[in-house]
Design a protein around this ligand. Structure first.
Ligand code: SF4
Length: 180
């Protein structure tokens, strides 16, 4: 692995469960070695909440379910040289896309009225507007690397980042399969 300059990384989640980010943390002691090669400039895992103008690697977890998700995906595409779809939700919609079998109005009604035990009402403020269907990230922006898995294992994430740090193109399909 090269030692300098450090590769800059940004991560965020769209419509996901944060499990892919937890898998990132599951690299455990390898995070220490990783920290010698990368700087995480923006992420739910770090304090900085302003996406820098230019980042080497952007990592997106989760599918595109709301207008806010579209904005985040476009911002990452604009500011990141390499964009990674991390996890099955990002790659193919996965769990969030299960709602695509139902009308959006019915989904919202079920979530906020039918199953509510207190103050049943549909929120109109502070909640991003949902899109009619859930889509994978590559439906709204170009993706460079797809990393399937629910979540991808820590070993897989380590492999992908190690290859990129070494200046090689990773081949995640060689070490992953959907849902595993
Ligand atoms: S791929 Fe799995 S672990 Fe990752 S955000 Fe989706 S449901 Fe969670």
């Amino acid at each position: 692995m090269s030692t300098s300059p450090k590769i800059t990384v940004a991560t965020t989640w769209l419509d996901g469960c944060s499990g892919c980010h937890m898998s990132f943390l599951d690299m455990d002691e390898r995070l220490i070695e990783l920290a010698q090669h990368i700087d995480i400039l923006y992420s739910p895992l770090v304090d900085n909440k302003i996406l820098p103008e230019s980042v080497d690697i952007g990592i997106l977890e989760g599918s595109v379910s709301s207008d806010e998700d579209v904005e985040k995906a476009r911002a990452f595409r604009k500011h990141c040289k390499i964009l990674i779809s991390l996890g099955d939700c990002a790659v193919n919609g996965n769990v969030p896309a299960m709602r695509n079998h139902f009308k959006l109005a019915d989904v919202i009604d079920h979530a906020y009225r039918e199953t509510a035990t207190l103050q049943a009402q549909i929120p109109t403020q502070q909640v991003p507007a949902l899109r009619a269907i859930v889509q994978p990230i590559h439906a709204v922006v170009e993706v460079d690397i797809y990393v399937p898995g629910c979540p991808p294992s820590a070993d897989t994430i380590w492999y992908v980042l190690s290859e990129l740090i070494a200046g090689r193109q990773p081949n995640p399909s060689a070490v992953t399969r959907f849902g595993a």
